[in-house]
Design a protein. Sequence first.
Length: 223
Amino acid sequence: MSGVTVRRIAVFGAGGRAGRWAVAEAARRGHEVTAVVRSPAKYPELTADGVTVVAGDVTDRASVTALTAGHDAVISAAGSYDVPADEFFPAAARSLAAGLADSGVRRLVAVGIGTALEAAPGVPLHDTEGFPPEHRGFSIGHAAELTVWQQAPEALDWVVLAPPPTFLDADGERTGRYRTGGTGLLELPADAPLFRYADLAVALVDEAEAPRHHRALVAVAHG
């Protein structure tokens, strides 16, 4: 992606909390944004200058190919509560990998899950003692997308940004500050405020514009 000028960004899962902030952040910077949702009529608030809201299915290769053609980068914040996580996330990852190969888009920036970050070397948080069993399946299913992308051809320059394994602040305004790490949990002060979706969006669009991490899971948290 070195030397590539990013003008057009497609955002899958644009109707969700992370997706909405990513759309707003990309539009704020003057990008042409394709906001992909299942039912555009449900999201009139996404409409803004530079934003085109379209219907699409992140788990359908043909849909991904058609909607990303002519774009410079893709952000995926897609999720589903209607399909089991161990089915949805790998299916979406396979579709994105294949569809982006078809459309010629190399850069993919995805929202990860903090519980898949390592609490100790080689040990994701969801495999630690005491982790709530009711949440483990979702975390493992979400993390399964990593395996798909790790096996994708080198031409796919992907990165997964995983925020802290807590609720995020959905309403807090953008500060523009964040820090990144590796595959392990970032240490946070006990009194640290919730990480903001608005600042996660800054990190997502930064990675779409000027990639710093490549084919990796990366922790992201407060600056």
